[in-house]
Ligand binder design. Sequence first.
Ligand SMILES: [Fe+2]
Length: 315
Amino acid sequence: MPPQTVPPGDPVLLQAAQMIEQALKGNTPCPVVKTFFDEATFTASHVVSDPQTRRAAIIDSVLDFDPAAGRISHSSAEMIVAYVKSEGLKVDWLLETHAHADHLSAAPWLQQQIGGTLAIGREITHVQEVFGTIFNEGSQFEHNGSQFDRLFDDGDSFKIGEIEAVALHVPGHTPADLAYVIGDAVFAGDTLFMPDYGTARADFPGGDARQLFHSIRRLMSLPADARLLLCHDYKAPGRDEFVWETTVGVERSANVHVHEGVSEEEFVAMRTARDATLGMPKLIIPSVQVNIHGGQLPAPEDNGIRYLKIPLDVL
Ligand SMILES: [Fe+2]
């Protein structure tokens, strides 16, 4: 691959690129990544840990939800808890890349079981404003991100044990999307999918294909050998197993939607046309309703039962 091409004038990205290079050279530690793939929602949840200190982060966990029965269960999250306990990990972070529209977050349940600081991007406040209005949440719902423990801005750094990590703001799929760079690994959230599948949609309220293009180009200018871990996989035609890891360099040269050489205008035209053909995700209404509250379920009504709303003729 050609050498990295961090554009001048993006000190945050330069810092992230240098961090990755130090980890790739072995000068700084790299994380261990264990992925749990949920075939019901095609979501990859990653447990990222420092093998020396046994400190860990959980990225994009899944709360199981059967929409036909309205029933919540925890078997996906329980597998994560079992892994954390068997490896003797101490969870410092519960990281969300964005307010997901295809699965409910298990972060509050995990926090009760194994602790951790719940974090998301600061722009979640805009998502809360838009969807708070759609769900007619009323004035008691604060659109200030207070449902989370920590709101990250672009370039905010943190640690998992001795491993350096930095949050990158990568809007487009939603206004609040973050990617997390942790040692030699980039957790891309819903920006890129596997090279043979392409990119995330950009047509949800607050989404923007042009922003998504720039966010992807930012990620693609990180070092080619960086590990790139995705939030979803849907098995591209001709591939019969789920895959959630590639590298920045492979995405740059081979992503079917946005490889090097695809112009902004070409990408926006392709993404807009494709998004116009997509139906809403099966779980968007319960997912967003819960996830803008940091994954907290609605309070029970006076009969002790929790309810979700379905806005009609809005989405
Ligand atoms: Fe998403």
